[in-house]
Write a protein that binds this ligand. Structure first.
Ligand code: CMX
Ligand code: CO
Length: 147
């Protein structure tokens, strides 16, 4: 049910400076920049492959907008770095159900809103070998919902 790496989430303090690093160093460009109040984060999506549509892969640069958000807590405990990996699926309920059947805690059921109009849920890092794992379903045929 997993089809590709949807994104790698990277926690940072300064979103502009971190975007600038990836632009300078790799020539990556920002596809979407948005604030997700529910997640307490502002984020930039930088495309890292040549695929369009629902199978594209991105870096997701994340900076906190509130002190009690997951990204703020991560930065306080661990500092900047890789925060999560996100697997893409065309069937999020099925992918989440499959993980749950293996005893993995699914954090959002029903799924919530993620970057670029996607639906997302997370799998608890303590059940995934200390890797915070996101499952992402992008609406078919739509690159974004909100641009
Ligand atoms: N990766 C790996 N382990 C992590 C982690 C991460 N990103 N964040 C927390 N942990 C670990 C902690 O190290 C801790 O382990 P120990 O008990 O061994 O120290 C344990 O998980 C619990 O940590 P905590 O300090 O209680 O962490 P939180 O209260 O922040 O809860 C989690 C952790 C995963 C439930 C919370 O971060 C969460 O709900 N995440 C999902 C939402 C999210 O991350 N949103 C931001 C991204 C949005 C997007 O991608 O669009
Ligand atoms: Co993410």
């Amino acid at each position: 049910v997993i089809t590709h790496i949807a994104h790698i989430g990277i926690a940072c303090h300064d979103l502009d400076a971190t975007i600038n690093f990836y632009q300078r160093t790799y020539g990556l460009t920002v596809t979407s920049r948005e604030v997700n109040p529910e997640q307490g984060a502002q984020e930039a999506m930088l495309k890292i492959n040549d695929v369009d549509g629902e199978n594209a892969s991105y870096l997701q640069l994340l900076a906190p907008i509130s002190d009690d958000s997951p990204v703020a807590r991560f930065l306080a405990c661990r500092g900047e770095g890789v925060h999560h990996i996100a697997f893409g699926t065309a069937d999020l309920p099925s992918a989440a159900g499959h993980a749950r059947a293996q005893g993995v805690r699914v954090l959002y059921d029903p799924p919530r809103r993620g970057a670029m109009g996607s639906l997302i849920t997370f799998l608890h890092p303590k059940d995934c070998g200390s890797v915070l794992t996101e499952l992402v379903q992008t609406p078919v045929g739509k690159k974004t919902l909100n641009t």
